[in-house]
Design a protein around this ligand. Structure first.
Ligand code: BG6
Length: 491
């Protein structure tokens, strides 16, 4: 098997918030991995920026520690570590004032004719001020800017934020990251749908009974409780990651993988979502909050204990029955659920096909289960197609439900790259296909806002669930009312 890597032009990546959590856990390790794989051009440089004063050497020590913490020791033995660290330098800059900006500007200019990329790994309230100063210091002209969620807390604030960024950077140079789009298996969803003739004819309400999208986490909110309490599962996971997955499952085949061809189709899906508001909220949504329980064999505290507040009504679990109002999907529910402190970490998409219309077998063969296609995002990335076959062996015919199981780790002995590796290099390549366009983000909020509002109007606290379970029993009732059941295939 040969791997074809699209070359990357020389770039200068400036990371604002370079000493923060995202930079330490994701960006620095991702850049190192691509360097290790020989994909960074010699001229690529990385400028770390944050408010705190630090020398280049101190920033390199910080980066070295990030690598030690997040990269297996076996990959840190060679000369590549030093080569990578020499790419790094540091400038202390005040995002909200002018100090440090002239120095940053002269470093970017001194780097020469390279693609300037600005990664804003900062709190969103700094996006506007940083963009303004990038403009003021002449850094924005050819530059590309990368921002990440939360892009607003509702439609209004998302529009305001997009406008602040858009005053300086035109849309074709704004890269809104949703890291789920960079995940290997999420891209495989596109390969599965559009590189096989098998599924597309069946990919509609004539053959598909329903779809389930589960993004379950075993961890609690831990040290992110402060941020999380202002967001909750709907804003943190559904508005972005889960709706993006839904788009990739439900969109019409784009004419190509060009960024706008794909994003136009995703936008149509978001616009086709049936509204959920005061009228139907109670029958199609469930929100929950975890109480103390058990996880990974140990006792764990409840959300309120972790937060240190007894009054928070923030949801740590959401289940939604979503529907699309279009010809392809009318009548096919998309059951979505996500939560913290669930029974295990599993993210997967289950496409449930309709049952056979008539059984030619008698009553004695066992139940004929409908076919299912399961796309496992994590862990154990892979694809399973559940089929009915004859139970092998002598005797009469008995049927059994078995998976054609393709585990990517077993089938391909390659490292599964982190989403950020691909996404950062796509920015340098100028490929926006895996990034959210402004109208997509806003369309997602347009659907989410009335749900949040209906929850506020109802004034009901989230339903409690015990940590280490699959969420409140009402979420089970949500799907079972329709005669279906949640499937935790990879759990
Ligand atoms: C982030 C959310 O966007 O995604 C977190 O803010 C969540 O709350 C995380 O834990 C999950 O990402 P992954 O890649 O671990 O599934």
């Amino acid at each position: 098997m040969t791997s074809r890597v699209i070359p990357v032009a020389p770039f200068t990546l400036t990371v604002f918030g370079a000493t923060g959590d995202l930079s330490r856990r994701k960006l620095i390790p991702a850049l190192f991995h691509r360097d290790l794989d020989g994909q960074l051009p010699d001229e690529a440089t990385i400028i770390g920026v944050s408010r705190r004063p630090m020398s280049d050497e101190e920033f390199r020590s910080f980066a070295r520690q990030a690598l030690n913490d997040h990269i297996p020791a076996s990959e840190l033995q060679g000369p590549e570590v030093e080569r990578f660290l020499t790419r790094l330098s540091y400038v202390a800059v005040d995002a909200d004032a002018d100090s440090g900006w002239p120095e940053l500007a002269s470093r970017v200019v001194a780097a020469g004719d390279r693609i300037p990329v600005y990664y804003l790994a900062t709190a969103p309230h700094l996006f506007g001020p940083i963009c303004d100063r990038l403009g003021k210091y002449g850094l924005a002209e050819q530059g590309r800017v990368v921002i990440e969620k939360p892009i607003g807390k509702d439609l209004k604030s998302a529009i305001a934020l997009n406008e602040q960024v858009g005053r300086i950077f035109p849309e074709e140079r704004v890269y809104r990251i949703d890291h789920y789009l960079g995940k290997e298996t999420v891209q495989n969803l596109m390969a599965l749908r559009f590189a096989n003739a098998l599924f597309e004819p069946l990919w509609n309400n004539a053959h598909i009974d329903h779809v389930q999208i589960t993004v379950a986490e075993a961890l609690g909110v831990e040290e992110r409780a402060g941020y999380y309490d202002t967001a909750g599962a709907m804003r943190d996971m559904v508005q972005n990651h889960i709706l993006q997955l839904l788009c990739l499952v439900a969109m019409e085949p784009p004419s190509s993988l060009d960024a706008d061809a794909v994003r136009d189709e995703k936008l149509k899906v978001l616009r086709a979502l049936k509204p959920i508001d005061d009228h139907n909220m109670a029958s199609v949504t469930v929100r929950g909050q975890y109480r103390a329980g058990a996880s990974a064999g140990g006792a764990v505290p409840g959300y309120l204990e972790e937060l240190g507040s007894s009054t928070s009504q923030t949801e740590t679990f959401v289940a939604v029955k979503a529907e699309l109002e279009n010809w392809r999907w009318a009548g096919v529910p998309f059951y979505l659920r996500t939560g913290k402190r669930l029974a295990s970490r599993v993210s997967e998409i289950v496409v449930g096909f309709r049952p056979v219309p008539h059984s030619v077998f008698g009553d004695t063969v066992g139940a004929i289960e409908p076919n299912r296609l399961v796309i496992r995002l994590q862990p154990d990335e892979g694809v399973k197609l559940w089929l009915m076959i004859k139970d092998p062996g002598p005797g009469g015919i008995r049927l059994t439900h078995v998976p054609l199981d393709m585990s990517f780790a077993k089938a391909f002995k390659v490292r599964n790259p982190d989403a950020y590796e691909r996404l950062i290099l796509d920015v340098v390549r100028g490929n926006q296909t895996l990034f959210m366009r402004r109208d997509e983000v806003e369309a997602a909020w347009k659907w989410v806002d009335p749900i949040l509002e209906s929850w506020r109007n109802a004034k009901e606290p989230p339903r409690p669930y015990t940590a280490g379970t699959w969420g409140p029993s009402a979420a089970i009732a949500l799907i079972e009312r329709d005669g279906r059941t949640w499937l935790e295939d990879g759990a």
